[in-house]
Design a protein around this ligand. Sequence first.
Ligand code: GDG
Length: 749
Amino acid sequence: MDGSNGSSTQHWLTLARHTPLGILCDLDGTLVPFARTPDEARPDAGAIDLVNTLAAQPGVTMAIVSGRPKAWLEAFFPSPHVFLVAEHGAARRGMGAWENVGEIDPAPLEELATRLELLAGRHPGALVERKQTTVALHYRQVQRGRRGELLVEAYGIIDTFVARNPAFERLEGVLVAEVRPASVKKSSAVPWVRELAGGSPRLLALGDDVTDEHMFRVVGPTDEPIVVRTTERRRTAARWELDDSNEVRAVLRWLHGVRAGQTPLPVVLPREINQREPVAALASRDLLVVSNRLPEFRPVEGDDGERKRSVGGLVSALEPALRSRGGMWLGWSGKTVPSSEPVTTGVSDQSDASGVQLAWVDYTESWYRDYYAGFCNGTLWPLFHSFPSRVEMSDAGWSAYREVHEAFADFAAPHTSSRATIWAHDYHLLLFAHVMRQRGHGGPMGHFLHIPFPSLDIFAMLPWAAQLMDALLDYDLLGFHTPQHVANFLACASALLPAKVSDDVVKHRGRETHVAAMPIGIIPDAFQEAPEPTVLEEIDGLMRILGDAKLVLGVDRLDYTKGIPERLHAFGRMLEMFPEWRGKVSLVQISVPSRADVPLYAEQRATIEAIVGRLNGEFGEAAWVPVRYLYRSYGKQQLSQLYRAAAVGYVTPLRDGMNLVAKEYVAAQDPEEPGVLMLSQFAGAAVEMQDAVLTNPYHIDGMARDLDRSLRMRRDERKARHAKLLATVERSNAVTWAESFLDALASCR
Ligand code: GDG
């Protein structure tokens, strides 16, 4: 491709003729094309010759700035005229002699490398490269759909290592994750080469990787940073771009010719990156995730430090996809501002190039009231869970709902390329595709509904049902947890709109929307990890209080859909129907505080506390408390230990999109001595988990009998049921769920 025109040719001629000229050039992906493995990627004679020729030219300082080890670089570039920077800046060779930059003790990397090698051994194609001060995990050769699984584990190992060894940091390269000393960066090569060049040099910096961005950021205004676009397009600090190593070589050859006094015509010149479209430098992001709440994240430079990393399931599920695609996540910051003040938005600094960029919108107090507490949690949540009597409807709610969508879209449209993939989540964002299409978004857009989709008679209660349905059909893909939710949606579409509906596609207004059941999973390993000693102590303490009594465990956000009062009543009923259990079984109910400022939720809490009090008063004895009610949240490790200790996982929502607690309970069991999962037939999870003891939470006597049966179940039956349930939970996990959604979205068009 010839990107030259008169003015840019002149620009480059001036640079090419400048003396002194410093060239900082990365190797892999820049001067040398990527190969399948790092071993196969080596500079060929043409590249070596070009570097040597430039290095020998008067007025040129030629430096190779690479992540490769010293010895490797030296083998290809023995000439002392070529300056070498190894391992991203950890060592450099000036006039023939190597020096180390900074004091780095590489000893801790040994253990990390061993752990990553063990992991790589289990993932065909994964490869660990050990260098003097860095360890790199290459996953270019791992099959596309399998990368997520590898990365979840790898990031777990790496993040733990980095947390314990703050002198090191994690770095995302092109299909490589690397751990290296935090103190060294390729940016240190820039002043070094400037000094070596002497006088008033101009510098040319070429690179493709995020490690090269460090160079691009520190070059001066008269220098020229050029990014080589290899596999991914990401935000860059470079001003110019080239397509591949052939173009890099063509430019360098031309430069050499110009300096040698020839007047060669440029075959190709670097193209200026259009920074104006879109406004911010996020255009290169090709995946935007939008959800009401943002994953909390670790504080970044310049941030207020309030946000910390979250352990949420959705975050773990989406993180690998976001990282490998260079994604951005947009959501509510969790903050509200007075309605009289302008709404603030923001984007996280991405200086550590960790991959996922977060962008947020604050809510005004009236949005919080009318949109979040109002239309989302007061209207859609109860309606979609088929609790019509709890539904509140107001015009103010609907209008705030549309307003907040507009605000999200106003932010997203200029920050996203019009071809980017957008994945919106849950009932808070049903109109998002619609408002984005109005702003000209042409890329694929999908939505996943985490809660049930109700039947037509319920959905039709919404005065804006047809409008909502029409807007939903601006998505290309709608994902639901279960085939029943899909069927409900299709029935509503066909009844409310003049749409053509088949099993999995709705045609409307000349568009096609694909509809699919894609049950979300968990990351089972996260519930099977050995706990830290302090966690064990804490859980042992709780178990000691329970004494010999068998543990029946309920864990939920405190929400009326979870059926907590019914569950408590059924426990009491069981103690009446089967008095032999008195003193021998205790129910621990953990209720995680949720939407506490919404009146219905506060009311729910009071109801539950009253029932607990009544049960303990009626059945309790000096040495035995039938129900322990814990209104607090627990860490994942504590939760795993409680799951494992429980004889019955008591998961009885009145209605639930999926219910992840059911899956987590199964994952955490000891396969040799597993507990029994008692699961509501109205949880989406029941579709996949038929080997649980399925129960009807509306039928208190029936639930009491099911609980008795679960507590009595013999070990061989428990083991057989658990084995089947575990296979289900492991077969489709959170990462495969995210990958399959994105794959399906990509193939919609
Ligand atoms: C919605 C849908 C659907 C619980 N206690 C603590 C804690 N948890 C975690 C659990 C679990 C999650 O919260 C709850 O997930 P659920 O799926 O049970 O329910 P919702 O919050 O209502 O989620 C639901 C889900 O979206 C996904 O699509 O399954 O149907 O309603 O992961 O482990 N986590 C921590 N401490 C606690 O005390 N850290």
